[in-house]
Design a protein around this ligand. Structure first.
Ligand SMILES: [Zn+2]
Length: 108
């Protein structure tokens, strides 16, 4: 899967780049985001559905950062974000038509 090279969260444009497999394994992460550097990395060595989940996960982190919402507990934040990312992936898969329509509707 060829992903776009960037995405936008509010006024912020984030670069979306592949992350070296060995580095991501060493960090025990599938992705990471540095909001200050405006970069999101994902491990392109994983299955495409895992890459999608990882990108959504990092986007949700960015949404919270942009909204200046602090969950207050990093472990709890990770759990909440993973639940939402997993749910959105499942929803998008099970409701492809509605997912596309939602994407079109928010542009109107
Ligand atoms: Zn996370």
């Amino acid at each position: 899967m060829k992903w776009p090279k960037s995405y936008r969260i509010g006024y912020r444009i984030m670069r979306l780049v592949s992350w070296d497999r060995d580095e991501s394994r060493a960090a025990d992460l599938a992705g990471r985001t540095n909001t200050g550097w405006r970069i999101t990395q994902y491990c392109s060595d994983r299955a495409v559905c895992e890459q999608a989940n990882t990108i959504l996960h990092e986007v949700i982190h960015n949404i919270l950062t942009t909204a200046q919402y602090d969950v207050g507990d990093d472990t709890k934040e990770e759990t909440i974000i993973q639940c939402i990312a997993n749910g959105l992936c499942t929803f998008a898969y099970q409701n492809r038509h509605l997912w596309r329509k939602l994407g079109k509707a928010v542009r109107m």
